[in-house]
Design a binder for this molecule. Structure first.
Ligand SMILES: [Zn+2]
Ligand SMILES: [Zn+2]
Length: 422
């Protein structure tokens, strides 16, 4: 029994002080509950929400277990309030068949922290040529398909993939990047790439592919999800697509809301991400998009890398930063504090909305739903310390940032899997 919290359950239009009772791994009741319970958690002054969902993480297993494992990533996830995560398939080997999907699930269950889902690859080995075994992977429980890390370049292959995935009602997610525009770029193309002498990635790389994909969606009229959109132009494309009632959804990361390409000025590779950090105008457009309800999910794109790799020069270092264990505080800073989203608005984009995209029956506190609950102290201020991360990797540009909003407890299937101070 979780007593006296501010219970926010956007799917049921609920935002009030009350109790949540979990019985046998499931939500048994929400409201003013008089029953006695075996265990009582006092949530006075806290926010009680459906377990948070991050539909975009990289756990590096199989293949790069020195960077992250499903066990270490899962521990980081519950410490960050996430009761479900979706792994990306660009591991080594690629998750492009049912056996690999089952492997991720098995490892996730063994870790006993968060629910671990995975997307499968759209194309075999992310080569962009031959479709992977999407049907078998969907049957095995893959919650989407993506070639994340790459954009799928060939439009004919993409159209086939969209139509095929629709047969299983599983979403195709795209890392929008047209390689002919991206070239060998390592940061946003603009003033800073020019003065730093680094090859740039034009905003067109993202927008050209997103525009193309939307034309394909128009043809096929099937679900499509744009991953980590980063530019003002992408926002306008999404705006038009939604206005035309196309089944298009999109997600945004914290770094594309808080950091600009100016951060790359010291050649610090903890600012090297893909899509790259853009301009202040792009940030404004993304925030406006969120305020206007155009963004469907907030994600981390948690991307662990070894320190030795990130210590390479900017040109050679890999793209990506870890983001799980600071995500909530960063989203509060980027969206709640400036009044772009209310707490219920934020929770919606971290629970029910992503749950719908990946087609899992989660993200609400409805009776009978799985007992996944996150308890948040909305007033707790703290300093982000990468050395305290449970993630194996520390490539994170927010070390030392002060943020507000800390996860107190994470309950997965009725079991407390994380408590602050543990
Ligand atoms: Zn990506
Ligand atoms: Zn990614």
């Amino acid at each position: 029994m979780i007593k006296n919290g501010r219970v926010i359950d956007p799917a049921n239009g609920l935002d009030k002080k009350c109790d949540v009772l979990i019985v046998d791994e499931k939500i048994a009741d929400v409201g003013e509950i008089e029953k006695k319970a075996e265990k009582v958690i006092d949530a006075t002054g806290k926010i009680v929400t459906p377990g948070l969902i991050d539909m975009h993480v990289h756990f590096r297993e199989p293949g790069d277990e020195e960077e992250e494992t499903i066990a270490s990533g899962s521990a980081a996830a519950v410490a960050a309030g996430f009761t479900s995560v979706v792994c990306m398939p660009n591991t080594n080997p690629t998750i492009d068949n049912e056996t690999d999907v089952e492997y991720i699930h098995r490892k996730g269950r063994k870790a006993r922290k968060t629910h671990v889902y995975t997307m499968g690859a759209i194309t075999k080995q992310l080569q962009g040529v031959e479709l992977a075994e999407m049907g078998f992977m969907a049957e095995a429980g893959a919650v989407g398909f993506t070639d994340d890390g790459n954009g799928l370049q060939d439009p004919a292959v993409m159209l086939r993939a969209l139509k095929y995935a629709a047969m299983f009602d599983v979403v195709i997610a795209q890392h929008c990047q047209d390689n002919s525009f991206a070239g060998n770029g390592v940061m946003n193309a603009g003033y800073y790439s020019t003065i730093l002498g680094l090859p740039g990635i034009s905003t067109l790389a993202e927008e050209a592919m997103l525009w193309r994909d939307i034309q394909l969606v128009k043809k096929a009229n099937v679900r499509y999800h744009a991953q980590h959109i980063s530019t003002a132009g992408s926002v306008e494309l999404i705006r038009a697509a939604k206005k035309a009632s196309l089944p298009v959804t999109c997600e945004v990361t914290p770094h594309h809301l808080l950091l600009t390409d100016q951060c790359c000025a010291e050649y610090d590779t903890n600012y090297k991400v893909n899509p790259p950090l853009r301009s202040a105008e792009d940030i404004d457009a993304l925030k406006q998009a969120i305020a206007d309800g155009l963004v469907d999910a907030l994600v981390t794109d948690h991307a662990p890398h070894l320190q030795s790799e990130k210590e390479l020069e900017f040109l050679a270092a890999p793209f990506g930063i870890v983001g799980l264990e600071c995500a909530l505080g960063l989203y509060v800073k980027a969206l709640v504090e400036p009044g772009i989203l209310s707490w219920p608005g934020l929770i919606s984009l971290m629970t029910e909305r992503p749950a719908k995209i990946i087609g899992v029956d989660k993200g609400t506190l409805g009776k009978g739903k799985q007992g996944d609950v996150t308890i948040i102290d909305p007033d707790a201020e703290y300093e982000i310390d990468v050395n305290k991360f449970r993630s194996k990797s520390k490539n994170c540009p927010y070390h030392g940032w002060k943020v507000t909003g800390r996860v107190e407890k994470t309950i997965v299937g009725g079991e407390i899997r994380f408590s602050a101070g543990d």
